[in-house]
Each structure stands twice: as C-alpha cells, then as structure tokens.
Design a protein around this ligand. Sequence first.
Ligand SMILES: Cc1cc2nc3c(=O)[nH]c(=O)nc-3n(C[C@H](O)[C@H](O)[C@H](O)COP(=O)(O)OP(=O)(O)OC[C@H]3O[C@@H](n4cnc5c(N)ncnc54)[C@H](O)[C@@H]3O)c2cc1C
Length: 235
Amino acid sequence: MRRITLKGAELEGFPPVGPASYIKLIFPEPGQTEPVRPLPDGPRAVSMRTYTPLAVRPEALEVDVDFVLHGEGPASTWAAQASVGQVLYLMGPGPGYQPDTACTEHLLLADDSALPAVETILATLPASARARVLLEVISDAEQRPLHSAAKLEVSWLARGTNHRAAGQPLAAALRTLAPPGPDTRIYLACEAAAMRRIRQQLVDELGVSRSQIVGRGYWKLDVVNHPDHDYGDDA
Ligand SMILES: Cc1cc2nc3c(=O)[nH]c(=O)nc-3n(C[C@H](O)[C@H](O)[C@H](O)COP(=O)(O)OP(=O)(O)OC[C@H]3O[C@@H](n4cnc5c(N)ncnc54)[C@H](O)[C@@H]3O)c2cc1C
C-alpha cells in the first residue's frame, strides 16, 4: 500500500473522517498530465474511483488516502508513480458504515482495500466495546498498529500477490474462530465474490443471522471500476 496526502485550498471545510466514509477521486487519462475538471452536468469521468479518507487535517487542508498497489488500473497506476505537485480531483465525502456503538461485540473482516475503512470504524468504537479484527493483506510487511478505545483482538492474514486467492485467508481464519454471538455486529468488506462467499459461510458454518452482517464489495476480480454500492444483496 502507499499513503498519499492530498492537499489543496478546496479542502477547506472538509468534514472530519466518518466511519468507512468514501470519496471519489478522478485520475488523469492516458496522455493527460492532469485530469479534466469535472462539471456538475458534464460527462462522468472514465478514471474515477472510490477511496476512503483515512485521516483529515482541516487546519492543514490535507486528506490522507492509502492506495493498494495491485497493478493495472488508473488509480493503482497513478498511486505507484505519484509525486509532489501532481493534480487529482476529489469529490465527497459520502457516508459509510454506522457501527452500532450500543453493541459491545464487533467482528470486522476486511482485505487491504478496506483496511483504511476498518481503521476509521475502530476509531468510533467506545471503550466498552470488544472487536475481533481479521485483516487480509498481501504480505506481513503491511501490518501496522491499529488504534481504538475498544479492546482489540487482531489477526493479520497474508494472501501473497495472487489476487485470485482473494478472500481465501479470511475464509480459512473464520473456520478457527469462536462463533460470534447473536449480538455481534459484523462488517465485511473485500473482493465482491469473496464477500458473498464469506457471508454465506458466516450464516452456514457459524450460525450468524444475515441481519448481523453488513457486506461491501470493494473491488471485483477482473472487473474494471466495480460499482461502489455493491452490498451483495443479490446473493
Ligand atoms: C467505499 C469504498 C472505499 C474504498 N476505499 C479504498 C481505499 O481506501 N484504498 C484502496 O486501495 N481501495 C479502496 N477501495 C477499492 C478501490 O475503489 C478499487 O480497488 C478500485 O477498483 C481501484 O481502481 P483501479 O483503477 O486501481 O483498478 P480498476 O481499473 O478498477 O481495476 C483494474 C483491475 O484491477 C483489479 N483490482 C482492483 N482493485 C484491486 C485490489 N484492491 N486488489 C487486487 N486487484 C484489484 C480489478 O479486478 C481489475 O481486474 C474502495 C472501494 C469502495 C467501494
């Protein structure tokens, strides 16, 4: 992953980070040095992708975004080469997941694309909460300290660079997990097909009710610009 700080006068008034909130970023098209400024009634930018504002520093007019460097794709390619002074357009933020803070038990299951989302969720949990966190990343080098007032039990699961194995480490780790109780709230965000499989696994193998799970497909294998509102409701 690579952290990029976006900075600009236009970020004045950018609200504080919300749990798993999102922004839209517009990247340059091939041959452009900077993207075309989007117009309210203009065509939708081709190279627009969805990301998580991980940290906001309003006084410095800065927003941090962590990019998974997964290979081909306008966002990943841009992030890999980004240097000071380059220009992007940012729209948003929009709301994400509202954790039930009255609930004491949380289970967060995510791959690296949703690691920033998980961090922003953890930041909202109170000291009375307990969160089990399973994070699938490419390698152990991606591990980092997670901060929360809640009591955390964190497992890092290395997938390797084979994106076709997306979700497999999460699914394997779930097989050894003590079943979540009926009051546990579960946030599950990763590759879209894996999200559907893991949700089914939670229901079939761990006796979880569907209503306890909020699922989000953050990207999809072999799909360019997977829609940002994939909740897996078709499954
Ligand atoms: C609400 C929300 C918040 C998100 N926040 C973040 C974030 O903070 N950081 C982040 O890195 N991603 C985040 N994502 C995921 C990101 O939007 C997608 O990964 C996006 O497809 C990346 O665009 P791209 O231009 O790099 O690749 P695309 O052009 O969309 O896709 C090109 C190819 O790359 C593959 N691909 C795309 N993403 C990945 C990946 N993560 N791993 C492996 N292969 C991939 C696709 O399957 C496709 O074959 C978020 C998604 C959502 C819905």
